[in-house]
Design a protein around this ligand. Structure first.
Ligand SMILES: Cc1ncc(COP(=O)(O)O)c(C=O)c1O
Length: 381
């Protein structure tokens, strides 16, 4: 059977060949433990980790001292939220109803300690405003957690504006930038913490990083895992050197292709959406009126069961509105927060193209979708 067309790059991406090539020696030849400073195996591994730290820092315009390697974004998110909440019996967090479950559930976990969370509602495009954050701020707010871009819709939040308004408040700003890295420019300029994950931008799975703003005053974040003193005492466990090398290499490639990639991806996405708008009479592009990632199309096909449509079409691998909540079968919390009915959410498909999506693949997917439309909606054609 032919491999389907892969339009699910927000779920995960293929490891870039050049990234894999850089990783391989760290499995087979340079397999030292970077914590071991007594021989050259350890030195080589440590050097590779420091290079990766600089590559990531370069992409984020960050000080390399602020980068701590983790097992992915989920760990980075839990580290920040639970770390800041540790030992508190009261206090307040502001986040957004459309955040990834890692953020929402970590905030929920702190409720048992007496920490309250305000989940800001979004507008119909999935956006919040800095003004909403300002209105929700309290004297005891210690954290504002707002994702850079949403994984389901690609909608981008006003992080810079939120960061600027927090200059006058002691609350920290944390952004989950997992979906934005390599797609749009991301900088730590206005944030205290940032989470990312290699497998969303052509690096390997199981490795990510958290940025913790270095400098004064020092941000003391209790460790999530107790163990050794790796990562200057900030994250215990032997470093995943091949993974970290892959993360660094992926960041380097992302830095090089950011600008051209954005233009190409956006042109392809816009063309894709334009054709669908022409052929399907009852579709809505969710988040269309806001700033969006250049390769994500979240589309509601009214009156259609998205999972059935995509199964009938075959050949195109996507996520559907119900699958987004980790196979729970419930409508996506993101789409519900944007005001979609359960039926509309069930009719929604996330198409997420990638760096390697070809023009031919887009054309073929469009042909299949339009043929489906022609079949089901003969009057519109
Ligand atoms: C926005 C966002 N945050 C966090 C995560 C979790 O990332 P990881 O798989 O690295 O734990 C994901 C992955 O789906 C995501 O899309």
């Amino acid at each position: 059977m032919n491999r389907p067309i892969y339009f699910d790059n927000n779920a995960t991406t293929a490891v870039e060949q050049t990234v894999l090539d850089r990783m391989i020696p760290y499995f087979t030849m340079e397999y030292g433990n970077p914590s071991n400073t007594s021989h050259m195996f350890g030195w080589a591994a440590d050097e590779a980790v420091q290079i990766a730290r600089e590559q990531i820092a370069g992409l984020l315009h960050a000080d390399p001292l602020g980068i701590v390697f983790t097992s992915g974004a989920t760990e980075a998110i839990n580290y920040v939220i639970k770390g800041l909440g540790r030992g508190k019996t009261s206090g307040h967090i502001i986040t957004v109803s459309t955040e990834h479950k890692a953020v929402l559930n970590a905030c929920d976990d702190l409720a048992a300690q007496g920490i309250e969370t305000t989940f800001l509602p979004v507008d119909k495009n999935g956006c919040i405003s800095a003004e909403q954050v300002r209105s929700a701020l309290r004297d005891d707010t210690f954290l504002v957690a707002v994702m850079w871009a949403n994984n389901e819709t690609g909608v981008i939040q006003p992080i810079k504006e939120i960061g600027l308004l927090l200059k006058d408040h002691p609350a920290y700003l944390f952004t989950d930038a997992t979906q934005s890295i390599g797609k749009v420019p991301v900088s730590v300029e206005n944030v205290d913490f940032l989470a990312l994950s290699a497998h969303k931008f052509y690096g390997p799975k199981g490795v990510g990083a958290v940025y913790i703003r270095p400098g004064k005053p020092v941000i003391l974040l209790p460790q999530l895992l107790h163990g050794g003193a790796q990562e200057r005492g900030r994250r215990a466990s032997t470093l995943n050197v091949p993974g970290i090398v892959g993360l660094g290499a992926a960041a380097e490639v992302a830095t090089q292709c950011l600008e051209s990639g954005y233009v190409e991806m956006k042109a392809r996405r816009d063309q894709f959406e334009a054709v669908l708008l022409e052929y399907f009479h009852e579709i809505v592009i969710n988040g269309v009126d806001s700033d969006r990632l250049p390769q994500t199309s979240n589309i509601t096909f009214r009156g259609v069961q998205a999972s059935e449509m995509m199964a009938e079409i075959g050949r195109v691998a996507v996520s559907t509105g119900s699958a987004c909540t980790s196979g729970s079968g419930k409508p996506s919390h993101v789409l519900s927060a944007m005001g979609l009915t359960p039926e509309e959410a069930q009719g929604t498909v996330r198409f997420s193209m990638g760096r390697h999506t070809t023009k031919a693949e887009v054309e073929e997917a469009l042909e299949l979708l339009c043929a489906y439309a022609a079949n089901k909606q003969p009057v519109s054609l």
